[in-house]
Structures are given as C-alpha cells and as structure tokens.
Design a protein around this ligand. Structure first.
Ligand SMILES: Cc1cc2nc3c(=O)[nH]c(=O)nc-3n(C[C@H](O)[C@H](O)[C@H](O)COP(=O)(O)OP(=O)(O)OC[C@H]3O[C@@H](n4cnc5c(N)ncnc54)[C@H](O)[C@@H]3O)c2cc1C
Length: 461
C-alpha cells in the first residue's frame, strides 16, 4: 500500500522514517505519545479522496492533522496513518460583495485573517495559536477565542463546507448563502467533530466590516459576583458594541507580573479584574461616551473599585497583552491542574465558589487561578500547586480533581468541554457524564458516516 501512496502523492509526501515521523506522533507539550506507520502529505482534494478510499478499502485508521496546536490530544494518532492537511493552501474564491472567502483547510488562521484584511474586511476568529492553527483544525474543533461574545464560535462563521468522507466520497457544499433551509444543515455535523466524521478540505467563511474604533478598559472589582453584575450592566447598556469581557483573579495578575516584570495597570490590587472591549465598524458612534456612562454608574454604586480606560491603541494592545500572558504566566507558580468548562452565567459565581471549596478539600492551600471568557460563560478552572509542593505529587491529583470538578459542572448543567473539545483527554469523562441518548445519537452518526471506524479512532466517543 505504501507504494500505492507514493504513486498517488509522490515519494516526498510519504513519510516513513522514524526520525521524520516522530514530531507528528508526539503531542506538542509532550503529554501524549501516539503511533502511526506513516505520514501522508496531501496537496489537493483529489489526493485526499484517493487516500481515504484506499484506507477505507484496507481498514486503515486515519488521523487528520492541521497545525497540531489542539489541547486535548485529538490529533495524536492511535495507529494507522497520519494525514497532514497543511499543504491544502488554495484560496478558492474571494467575494467582497458577498462578504465571503473560500479557503482550503491548510491555511493558517492568521493567513486567513490577513486575506480578509486585504479585502477590506475582518475574519474575526482570534486565538493565541493563530499563527500555527489551520482552518481545517479550527473548524474541526469549532474553536472559540476572544471575540465569541460578538461574533460567535467558528460554527457561526461558516457558510459552506467541503468534506471528504471516510470512504473517499467528496461532499461539496461550498455555498455562500446566508439563508438555506433546504433540508438538514449537514455542515454542522462536521464542525467540532474533531476529525472523527470526515476530513474537512475547504470552507466558505463569513467576513465582516472592518472595525473603525475600539475602546478597552481594565476594571477592578471586589469579587467575581460583583464582576458578573458589572458585566450584566455592560451587556445591557452597550449591546452589540460589547466585543469582549474577560475575567481573572488577582493571583493571575501576580503571575503575569512575575513572568514579565510589567507593572500592573490596576494599582490598587483589586481581587477580581475585568477587561472590557467595545468596538464598532461605525466611525460616528460615540463609543467612548457609551462606555464611560456605563462605567460611571457602576463606579458610583461601588461595584467597580478601580478602573482605567485605555488612552490609545497602544494601551488597548497593552491591556490585551496582560490578559493573553495569563496562560503562560501561571507556569511561574509551579504545576497546575486545568479544566475548560462553561456554566450558565446566572450560576457562575456559585459554581466557582463550590469548585474552589472542592479543590481546597482535595488539596488544602491549593491556589485557584480561575480566569477566562466571562462573557461567554467559559472559564479555565485552573489550580496551581500550593507553595513548596512537589509538581509530581500535585499532578498525581489530576484525575481526582477532574472527576470532582466535572461532577460539579454537571450539577450546574454546564459543559466539561467548552472550547477545546473532547479529543483523547476527555473521552472517558464524556462517556461517564454525557447524556445517554446524546451519546447514542452520536454513535449512530459515527456508524453511518464511518462504518469501519477508520476516522480518528479513540477520539471523542
Ligand atoms: C496557545 C494556544 C491557545 C489556544 N487558544 C484557544 C482558544 O482561545 N480557543 C479555542 O477554542 N482553542 C484554543 N486553542 C486550541 C485550538 O483548538 C487549536 O488552536 C485549533 O483550533 C486547532 O487547529 P490545528 O490546526 O492546530 O488542529 P490540530 O491540533 O492539528 O487538530 C485538532 C483536531 O482537529 C482534527 N483535524 C485537524 N485538521 C482537520 C481537518 N482538515 N479535517 C478534519 N479534522 C481535522 C484533528 O484530528 C484533531 O482532532 C489554543 C491552543 C493553543 C496552543
């Protein structure tokens, strides 16, 4: 079969030498080690069809890979072949009048944003991994990021999709329509399916008008409950202009300070911090005045302890840099145990209190570092080891933490996988906590689309 792959793809696109294969088998943080007999680099959709047809015929497992930035081990192969989609790089169609851009799966998210900018438009999905993450991977994980509040997740930014099915059949639905109720909307099956239902080869993406003005503020509050109250008020007053609402506790700020040496922009060491962004594509909207009015009301009531409104685009960027440094900065506090969850906003303060108490019962003196996309109800419920604690001893508690925190999420009718998916990491948790009928339906879709179970085995289900 290797010979057949070489005939179809050329010798240089069939990688079998262990030293060349090694990086694609290992998860980028070294958390998981996979196995595969070869890596195939595909250059066009016809090659994807042929490779999948051959694998289907011969019952060979296929793990699609994009930029390999995923955080749940979804791209780590469990045998068979790895399908590298990064050479699928064509821009199929640019339609300014239609506010749409049709790109192939191997383009990076950053390159896609740049293509949109060159058309005088915005593709708004933005992640810290955008230089490496590919459109195919971002679609397959239904990624979120920092603009979800305004624009939604990847699922909300797609008009059409092209997918190669498990047996090599091409499903091409690259429509650029906003409205299309002609039967089931099949593209949504593949978005967020983490490579288990088909290989995404191209997509029609929605573009938006360019942003003309944005205003960013950093606010200090007494606690999460007050921050949530301020957030609710901002949603009401600022409406669709509110484009981001990020939250972090003082502990996270101390970590950023320690990592970067930067001075904390909030001088009074408030326990809870909020980053607020308002933006608009209209140059005439009095955005700053809207923000000032909303904030002054909450300042007067004492809900905001301190606040600072960026005075320039450079300061906007600096405030965002502070927020974006948090995931890395948590590392300076030693080992950490992480969860990516969402709960209804109405119950978030109570959930965080309960989750913190659970963690403290499991490990007294644990240091909570719970931060994230407050506006979307999505928090990274992370805990740093107590000072002086051995990393290995703390990380050994991960299964107990995960079990207890996910149980708590279930009690609050939340999700154990808000952003990063199920992949390899949370498969058993989905099976433990997921609704039985939902899981049964998922299995039935999987069997219908991939009867031999060759697509990304061991993931999700
Ligand atoms: C620093 C950092 C910050 C991040 N921030 C965020 C964030 O804010 N929000 C968020 O949602 N995520 C975030 N992520 C994770 C995010 O899921 C990935 O960055 C991205 O969405 C995956 O794209 P990729 O090309 O790297 O895919 P990979 O990691 O290669 O693959 C991910 C999954 O998709 C499948 N897949 C890949 N390509 C295809 C394809 N063409 N067809 C079918 N299946 C495919 C793989 O089999 C795998 O299951 C972050 C990651 C990092 C490292």
């Amino acid at each position: 079969l290797l010979e057949r792959f070489r005939q179809v793809l050329g010798h240089d696109c069939v990688i079998v030498r262990p030293e060349d294969l090694a990086p694609t088998l290992r998860e980028w943080r070294g958390l998981w080690q996979g196995t595969a007999s070869c890596l195939l680099r595909v250059r066009d959709v016809e090659q994807v069809c042929t490779v999948l047809g051959l694998c289907h015929e011969n019952g060979i497992a296929v793990t699609p890979q994009g930029g390999r930035t995923g955080l749940v081990g979804g791209g780590v192969p469990q045998g068979g072949i790895v399908l590298d989609t990064t050479l699928l790089r064509a821009i199929r169609q640019k339609e300014v009048a239609n506010d749409s851009l049709t790109v192939e799966a191997g383009l990076t998210l950053k390159e896609t944003q740049e293509e949109a900018a060159a058309l005088g438009r915005v593709f708004p999905l933005s992640l810290a991994s955008e230089d490496s993450a590919r459109i195919g991977g971002v679609l397959a994980t239904n990624a979120g990021g920092v603009q979800v509040l305004r624009y939604g997740m990847m699922r909300d930014l797609v008009l059409g999709l092209e997918v190669v099915l498990a047996d090599g059949t091409l499903w091409k639905s690259l429509k650029t329509l906003r409205k299309d109720n002609a039967g089931y909307d099949l593209k949504h099956l593949f978005l967020g399916s983490e490579g288990t239902l088909g290989v995404i080869t191209a997509a029609v993406l929605r573009l938006f008008p360019r942003i003309c003005q944005r205003h960013v503020a950093l606010l200090g509050c007494r606690d999460l409950a007050t921050a949530l109250d301020v957030a609710a008020c901002l949603r009401e007053t600022c409406g669709e202009c509110l484009s981001a609402l990020e939250y972090w506790p003082r502990f996270a700020s101390l970590c950023v300070q320690k990592l970067t040496g930067w001075q904390d922009p909030l001088p009074h060491a408030s326990p809870a911090c909020l980053l607020v962004e308002l933006s608009s594509s209209s140059p005439v909207l009095p955005l700053r005045a809207i923000l000032e009015t909303a904030l002054s009301e909450r300042l007067e009531r004492g809900h905001i302890l301190e606040g600072i409104l960026a005075q320039s685009e450079k300061q906007n960027v600096d405030f965002w840099r502070w927020r974006e440094a948090i995931p890395e900065a948590q590392g300076v506090a030693g080992a950490s145990i992480k969860h990516d969850i969402s709960v209804p906003l109405s119950r978030m303060a109570s959930f965080v209190e309960r989750a913190t108490a659970i963690a403290q019962r499991l490990c007294p003196q644990v240091r909570p570092c719970i931060f994230g996309h407050l506006g979307d109800g999505n928090l990274h419920v992370n805990f740093s080891a107590p000072e002086g604690y051995e990393a290995e001893d703390f990380l050994a508690l991960w299964p107990q933490f995960q079990h207890a925190i996910h149980d708590c999420v279930a009690t609050y009718e939340g999700s154990i996988a808000a952003e990063h998916g199920i992949g390899w990491l949370k498969r058993s948790e989905l099976s433990r906590l997921g609704d039985a009928t939902t899981r049964d339906l998922m299995r039935r879709f999987k069997t219908a689309l991939d009867p031999k179970g060759i697509l990304n085995p061991g993931k999700v289900l």
